[in-house]
Design a protein around this ligand. Structure first.
Ligand SMILES: Cc1cc2nc3c(=O)[nH]c(=O)nc-3n(C[C@H](O)[C@H](O)[C@H](O)COP(=O)(O)O)c2cc1C
Length: 319
């Protein structure tokens, strides 16, 4: 089954698995009071002021519209929904996904497909308050980010707003530009008290210090490091794609290390995490608050999370 998932056409497996998992997820009933299964894990963590029973969860792209939220929330410590857009958007035409199984990596040029905020809200309202959902939002104007943040922060299970300023498909707009980012954070902060994560591109090493300084001006603002790595991809419909998976792991870790040298800002690590040992290192050596997983799930399905959490438990117990 794993081999099939690894080598089958990525668009086909993406669609079929999403359909099946979404049906499964819809059938689940989350108990309001039930504690998370893996609470026994000996490495609980804090994301801002939020206690995470398990510091491992999904990253954006696994569940763009919240259809799979119930399922993933039973498997891991938190679930990221998005990128959520204000209005429905089809995304780029195919081909928009390409796999490199030998390198456990892929290129995607999804182009921010979304069913729009109204659809996502209906899914999120079904999640009890005790669960931790990160709402990852994307927009093409500051106003779009502000409206999305305002609406989503009213939903109980949404504990953190993540600003996707780094989608390779933004093409000619640079949302990392420090003055723009400061204005964006100011305007989003006016409409929400919830913690904010700024999700940056792994190419932003040039601006990294400035970005950190801008985030530090605000309370409860941290970084998600990082989005996929933008590359030219002429075989994709959009001509540009984002590399994810093992190929970007070392770069992600380097960026986290640079940030840690200059700041104790909250950091969520994302990029090429496939193994419990990696999570352990990120938590203990670089003091990240949580780790998001995407490409490993694209290759192995939701059980990638179960495996990674088990491996993490084993590492914790062995130290
Ligand atoms: C198919 C796919 C879709 C993605 N969609 C989004 C998205 O909508 N918003 C976003 O912020 N990141 C998105 N990402 C980037 C991931 O959240 C993550 O930052 C990146 O893939 C690196 O992590 P990974 O190596 O574990 O996949 C997507 C990644 C993939 C592979």
């Amino acid at each position: 089954m794993r081999k099939l998932l690894r080598y089958a056409h990525p668009e086909v497996t993406y669609r079929i698995s999403h359909k099946v998992l979404s049906l499964l997820s819809k059938g689940l009933h989350l108990n309001k009071d039930e504690k998370a299964k893996a609470e026994k894990l000996t490495l609980p963590s804090k994301l801002f002021n939020i206690r995470l029973d398990i510091p491992v969860g999904t990253g954006a792209g696994i569940d763009k519209d919240g259809d799979l939220a119930k399922l993933y929330l039973t498997l891991c410590g938190f679930h990221t929904v998005g990128s959520i857009l204000l209005h429905p958007r089809p995304g780029n035409p195919h081909p928009r996904l390409y796999r490199y199984p030998e390198a456990l990596s892929m290129i995607n040029a999804m182009g921010l497909p979304s069913r729009g905020i109204s659809y996502v809200i209906k899914n999120l309202l079904q999640i009890p308050e005790r669960y931790v959902v990160i709402a990852n939002i994307a927009g093409f104007t500051t106003e779009e980010f502000v409206i999305l943040a305002k609406v989503l922060s009213r939903i109980d299970c949404v504990k953190v707003i993540e600003l996707n300023i780094s989608c390779p498909q933004y093409k000619n707009i640079n949302l990392h530009e420090p003055r723009f980012l400061e204005d964006l954070l100011q305007r989003v902060r006016e409409v929400t008290r919830k913690p904010i994560l700024v999700k940056i591109s792994p190419r932003m090493h040039v601006f990294l210090r400035d970005i950190v300084r801008v985030c530090e001006k605000f309370s409860n603002v941290g970084l998600t490091i990082a989005n996929s790595f933008p590359v030219k991809a002429e075989f994709m419909s959009s001509g540009i794609g984002g590399v994810s998976g093992i190929l970007i792991y070392r770069l992600m870790r380097k960026l986290v290390e640079i940030v840690r040298k200059i700041s104790d800002i909250v950091v969520v690590a994302c990029g090429g995490v496939f193994y419990g040992e990696q999570v352990y290192e990120l938590l203990t050596r670089f003091n990240v608050s949580a780790v998001q997983v995407v490409t490993a799930i694209a290759y192995e399905g939701p059980f990638a999370l179960v495996r990674i959490i088990r491996e993490l438990e084993a590492v914790v117990e062995s130290r």
